[in-house]
Each structure stands twice: as structure tokens, then as C-alpha cells.
Design a binder for this molecule. Structure first.
Ligand code: NAD
Length: 259
């Protein structure tokens, strides 16, 4: 994938929630390749252990909706590596029962808010004190392009949760800027994860309906998001905070797309 890998993250610790799969796993590989000590934080122990072994890091089983488990995650990171330098708050779900507001029940609404938004509140709340003591740190929260655009193919709680992640990241970026801590929101466009591939292989019309809106004419690969996270994690982005970092193939900038 990447021909030139630098060592710009040498010796830094990086906690990645949802690090066992998709964007999180690709990022674990990338950050480790750039010299970071990676902590895979995931609810799935089998794939989590596998990912940690692959990148030479550690696995911490955590349900990001559980405050005590999240608190423990950063303590374990600090106890193991002596610092909490990078927090990539990335775990998220998009279940089928979260759709149009007219058919989405309160249980689905709350589950998505808990996993996608409240989790980011916990992760930032408990990563920040370590970063304050160090006087430095980089937090990257995974929002989505749907935080800045509306979709007629609605996932109402998901979109609302990502809007919340974006607003929270902006505010934290401003609040902690003068303490050496940067907080940015990563807003991916649709990414070629196993779930998306399966869904769209079954239904090419569904895929086409989305692809037409993407100027680059394809979905992103997880490695392309990982490269963006590595940039935001590193000092190469030292003048960026409270940023809406769109990695979306041009979707959010498009009116009419190429044929
Ligand atoms: P994925 O399903 O491949 O991976 C998500 C990981 O999160 C899994 O390993 C899962 O076990 C873990 N997880 C789920 N619930 C958890 C919990 N309660 N506690 C701890 N871990 C938990 O997903 P992905 O496609 O890589 O998505 C990663 C992030 O990117 C999500 O926040 C998602 O909303 C966002 N995103 C994805 C896309 C896309 O097209 N794939 C687009 C925009 C934003």
C-alpha cells in the first residue's frame, strides 16, 4: 500500500477503539508501521487479540458504552506504555433497525447513541487527563460525512450521533487547544468494509444509487482512512485542531458529478 512509511509516531502510544476491524484495524496497522505502540480496544476478543498480535501491541477488551471499562482502558495504556499520546475513538455501529425516523424505535435510537456518541464522551473524558498531565496529545474522533450532509436513505440515530461527535470534537479542540491537545473529527465517506461489500454485492442498484454521488467514482479503502488518521495523529498536522476532516472522495463538495 504505502511505499514510504516514516517513523513519525515512534514510541507514542495509540489507543484505537473498534481496532479489531475495518477502519480501526487498517489504522492499527498503519500507526504500528509508523512506530506507535498500539492498544486495540474492542468488544470482540477473538478478532481483537488477533489484531493486537499482528501489530505487536496489546488488546484490552472494552465495551465503549461502559464508563468503568473505558476509564480502565486508558489506565492500562498508561501503565503499559507510560503515556497516552493518541486516542482514536472510532468504534461505531449502524444497525438495520436504525432507519427512517418513522420506523426507528427508541431502543434502536438509544443503542446507536450509546455506542456512537456517548462512547466518544467517555473516551475523551478519560483520555484527556493523561494528555493534560503530559501537555500534549492528539484525539481523533470518527464522525462521518453524514454529519455534514443529509441522506434520503436515512439512518436517523446514526446521522444524529455523528453530528454530535463532530460538534463535540470541535468544542473539545477549542477548549484544550492551549494545553497542547488537539482534537479533530475524521469524517469518512463510504468505505469498502466487509459489511458494505456484502450489502452492495447483493444489491447493485443500492450501490449505484450511492456511487453516483461520489466524484472519485468509488468507495474508499480502509487504508485511505488510516493514512488520514496517521496524519492527524502526527505532528505533521500540528496546526490543525477542531477540524472537520472530510475524507469522502469529494461527496460533500459535489453538485453534479462526472459521468
Ligand atoms: P467495523 O464494523 O468494521 O468495525 C467496528 C469495530 O467496532 C468492530 O471491531 C466492533 O467489534 C467494534 N465495536 C462495536 N461496538 C463496540 C462496543 N460497544 N465497544 C467496543 N467496540 C465495539 O466498522 P468500520 O466500518 O470500520 O467503522 C468504524 C467507524 O467508522 C465507525 O464509527 C463508523 O460509524 C465510521 N464510519 C464508517 C463508514 C463506512 O463506510 N464503513 C463511513 C463513515 C464512518
Amino acid at each position: 500500500m504505502t511505499n514510504i512509511i516514516s517513523n513519525r509516531l515512534e514510541g507514542r502510544s495509540a489507543v484505537i477503539t473498534g481496532g479489531a476491524s475495518g477502519i480501526g484495524l487498517a489504522t492499527a496497522r498503519r500507526l504500528a508501521a509508523e512506530g506507535a505502540h498500539v492498544v486495540i480496544a474492542d468488544i470482540d476478543p477473538a478478532s481483537g487479540e488477533r489484531a493486537a498480535a499482528e501489530v505487536g501491541g496489546i488488546f484490552v477488551r472494552v465495551d465503549v458504552t461502559n464508563e468503568e471499562e473505558v476509564k480502565n482502558l486508558y489506565q492500562v495504556t498508561f501503565d503499559t506504555y507510560g503515556s497516552v499520546d493518541i486516542a482514536f475513538n472510532n468504534a461505531g455501529i449502524s444497525p438495520a433497525d436504525d432507519a427512517s425516523i418513522l420506523e426507528t424505535g427508541i431502543d434502536a435510537w438509544r443503542r446507536v447513541q450509546d455506542v456512537n456518541l456517548t462512547s466518544v464522551y467517555y473516551c475523551c473524558k478519560y483520555a484527556l487527563p493523561f494528555m493534560q498531565r503530559q501537555g500534549k496529545g492528539s484525539i481523533i474522533n470518527t464522525a462521518s460525512f453524514v454529519a455534514v450532509m443529509g441522506a434520503a436513505t436515512s439512518q436517523i440515530s446514526y446521522s444524529a450521533s455523528k453530528g454530535g461527535v463532530l460538534a463535540m470534537s470541535r468544542e473539545l479542540g477549542v477548549e484544550f487547544a492551549r494545553q497542547g491537545i488537539r482534537v479533530n473529527a475524521l469524517c469518512p465517506g463510504p468505505v469498502n468494509t466487509p459489511l458494505l461489500k456484502e450489502l452492495f454485492a447483493k444489491d447493485p442498484e443500492k450501490a449505484a444509487r450511492r456511487l453516483v454521488h461520489i466524484p472519485l467514482g468509488r468507495f474508499a479503502e480502509p487504508e485511505e482512512l488510516a493514512a488520514a488518521v496517521a496524519f492527524l495523529a502526527s505532528d505533521d498536522s500540528s496546526f490543525m485542531t477542531a477540524n472537520t476532516f472530510l475524507v469522502d472522495g469529494g461527496i460533500s463538495g459535489a453538485y453534479v458529478t462526472p459521468q
